[in-house]
Write a protein that binds this ligand. Structure first.
Ligand code: ADP
Ligand code: ADP
Length: 229
């Protein structure tokens, strides 16, 4: 089943001479429970695509469907509601709140969702259970990253979006983070879409979407995704 359908979507920034076609007539589908990489060089439109699919930004043209819902028609309030109910988002800079502990940071992710995952379960899953009382500045980059993942996951989103979740880390750590995501995706039947500019990291995905200069240039269905041991 297609969870997301992107139909002829474009987005332009700026005016006249300084216009940038961040997305140029993108059409694609993302299947439910899939593990998807958006791959391309810097400036190719990966973040913009992630942001319009996740309802964080609006496209200028085209439609985006989440299941059968046309989210491009949503009013701002409906879009916020959609994001709260169905989506988790991990930002490039983890955006942890500095004066809250790890546990408090993660619990923010619950919002009002009664059906959220158990804190102990999710912290064990990400191997941060021993860090719950620490503050973000007492953690390594990889640990902060895992706290950000736990915060996004605790409300059991239908789909998890990761903007260059691996960008701030070296390739080795990046693969480690991706292998956590791969495991969580399988365990909870999540749909995950992540952005990367590393070909090696993209190979961990099952569906690879290649972008260049705002255009979709290739899609690969990868039947044997790499796993980091
Ligand atoms: P990527 O994530 O692949 O690095 P982006 O989606 O961030 O690419 O950017 C695509 C293009 O759109 C780039 O040329 C970038 O400079 C431009 N762009 C992105 N966001 C903005 C913005 N808020 N204002 C102006 N230009 C932007
Ligand atoms: P708020 O819900 O505090 O008004 P927004 O409306 O900007 O914040 O955020 C809406 C959605 O964006 C959230 O439900 C969540 O999916 C995502 N989001 C925003 N901030 C974060 C964050 N720090 N960590 C994870 N997801 C976030």
């Amino acid at each position: 089943m297609d969870l997301i359908t992107v139909n002829d979507v474009s987005k332009t920034y700026g005016e006249k001479e300084s216009q940038v076609h961040a997305l140029n007539r993108i059409t694609l589908q993302i299947k439910k429970n899939d593990f998807v990489a958006l791959l391309g060089p810097s400036g190719s439109g990966k973040s913009t695509l992630l942001n319009v699919i996740s309802g964080l930004e609006r496209a200028d043209a085209g439609e985006i469907y989440f299941a059968k819902e046309n989210i491009t028609r949503y009013k701002d309030k409906q879009l916020v509601q959609f994001r709260r109910q169905y989506t988790g988002y991990i930002f490039q800079q983890y955006h942890l709140i500095p004066n809250l502990t790890v546990q408090e940071n993660i619990e923010i992710g619950k919002y009002l969702n009664a059906d959220s995952l158990d804190l102990d379960e999710i912290t064990k899953e990400l191997n941060i259970q021993h860090l719950k009382k620490r503050f973000p500045y007492e953690l390594s980059g990889g640990q902060q990253q895992r706290v950000a993942i736990a915060r996004a996951l605790i409300k059991k989103p239908e789909i998890l979006f990761c903007d260059e979740a691996t960008g701030a880390l070296d390739e080795e750590n990046g693969k480690q983070v991706l292998s956590y995501l791969q495991h969580l995706q399988r365990k909870y039947g999540l749909t995950i879409v992540f952005v990367t500019h590393h070909v090696g990291i993209a190979k961990m995905a099952r569906h690879i979407i290649k972008l260049n200069s705002g255009r979709l240039v290739d899609q690969i269905m990868n039947d044997q995704p790499l796993t980091a041991e």
